[in-house]
Each structure stands twice: as C-alpha cells, then as structure tokens.
Design a binder for this molecule. Sequence first.
Ligand code: GLU
Ligand code: ZN
Length: 310
Amino acid sequence: MSAAGRLAPSPTGAQHLGNARTYLAAWLSARSAGGRVVLRIEDIDSPRIKPGAAAQALDDLRWLGLDWDGEPVAQTPRLPLYESALDRLKQLELVYPCTCTRSDVAAAASAPHAEHEGPTYPGTCAGRSARDIPVGVPFAWRFRVTDSPAFVDRFRGPTAIDLRTAGGDFVVWKAAGTPAYQLAVVIDDAAQGVTEVIRGDDLVSSTPRQLLLYRALGLAPPAFAHLPLVVGEDGRRLAKRHGDTRLAALRAAGVKPEAVVGLLAWSCRWIAEVRPVTPRELLTAFRLDAIPPRPFVLTAELLRGIGYAP
Ligand code: GLU
Ligand code: ZN
C-alpha cells in the first residue's frame, strides 16, 4: 500500500505558524514517499467552531503551497459511521455509560494531572454494563482501558505512556450526543486509508488510546510521529500573547508564503539558512530525524527576518 498522510485542521480559529510547521512536515513526509495527502476538517469535537474558519484553513494551506488529493472531508456528515463504531464497542462491552460531571471527576481524582490532560478518571461508573442505560440524566460513553499499548514513534522512538495515570478510562462519546475526538479520529483515519499521522507532540498521550480503539475495532493503525511544538520566547506554546502569528495576518502584512516556508524549513534543519523556498523544493531535503527534538522558539527577530513585525 502506498503512503497516505493527512492534514486535519480544526476550524476553531485561524491557523498559525505552529500549525503550519506540522502541516508542512506531514505533507512532505507523504509526498516525498510518492504518497497521497487527504484533508479533513475536524468539525465535530469542538465547542468552539468559528464560522468561516474551515474555508480560511483551506485558504491558508493553499497559500503555503500545500495541496491534497480529492475533496476535503468534514466530520459532521459522517455521524452514522461513528455511531456504528460506538454500537460495536457497546456489543463488545468495551464501553460503559458515565454520568459523572467534570467536577465529580476533578473532586475524585487523587493525583495531580497535566494541564491539557485533565484529571485521571477514577472509574466511578466502571461497574456498569453497556446495557445499564442511565435514565433521566445525561451520560457519556467511556472506553475501558485494559492496557497501554506502546508504540514506536517515527520521530521520538519507542514510546510508552501509562494510561492508568494519564487519564484512565476515556470518553469516546460525549453527553452532548457527539463522538469525542479519540473515536472520530480513528474512524476517519481508517476510512480515509491514512498510513501515517504526523502531529504535534501535545497529542502524544492520545496515541495509546487511539491504538486501543484500532485494536478493539479490528482496524489497522497508521504509523505515528509527534513533533515538538512551536513556542514563544517565554517557552510557552504559541498563543495570542506572542503577537499575531496567524498565517492570515502574515499574508495580510505582505509576507510571502515562500518566506514562511523557508523559516519553518530552517527550523526543521532541512535548509541551512532562512531563505525563500516552496514545499515542493523541500521534497528531497525532508527528513524527520533532522528536526531538533526541542520545541522551536519563534522570536520577534526571526519574524522580522522574514519581513514581519508581530
Ligand atoms: N484537529 C487536530 C488539531 O488541529 C489534530 C488532530 C490530529 O492530528 O490527530 O489540533
Ligand atoms: Zn462516571
């Protein structure tokens, strides 16, 4: 089977330089292997969908010089697919209804937790069978974590994360009646024939969960690579406080896409100094293992170097 990568923007806001660096790596990895690239708008798992953001994301990607095969796919019309996966998990008794609220879980959790991870679910509702449907209260569906599959990350190498201390049993279907990210992403990557996933390392602890779902549903998992994020001079994840690093803002300020790609390619050590370059021109220089293992610190000086004053 030939390689297939994917670009999976969430339409929750504008795409910034941090997103762009990961998209560039994902595109180059698939294209340099002569593979396909699919585009998916992850519009189902977010309370923060912004109108127009999906169209803006496609514009931003095209502007950078990234392309994809076939039509972009959105998640919302694929609800029946996710529902049938949930049904399968229910039949297998691999999920149970959970009536806990966010504050219930926080109150019951004993260990401190990573900020984006949330507290580890203490298993309050794990005694329920998938047939014990709670009446008159909202409930989510949680997947029973039995083990934590280790995997060989194409960038990080052998990776093992213990899910018992990193989240515990996780939500696959939200009380709002929609699939959670973990389930939707597995169904989509499998349905779109994705063989390689390249994403930010903020998602690395999601991978063992997704591997459990691939296994439970009898689907073949892709290869995974998790790349260091782009941070500001204070070492924190790129955000508003670091000035406007949205691609749309750079574009509006007259910065050329080749200049942006050149900066990102240099940050990944695919070129020796910052100079204008197109994604296509990087196809032979691309190597995952050239990327420095530390987060990339985006400074005001680097931005000025490509003609942008944040
Ligand atoms: N839609 C997610 C994001 O934009 C990416 C999820 C993934 O790559 O699995 O952060
Ligand atoms: Zn519960």
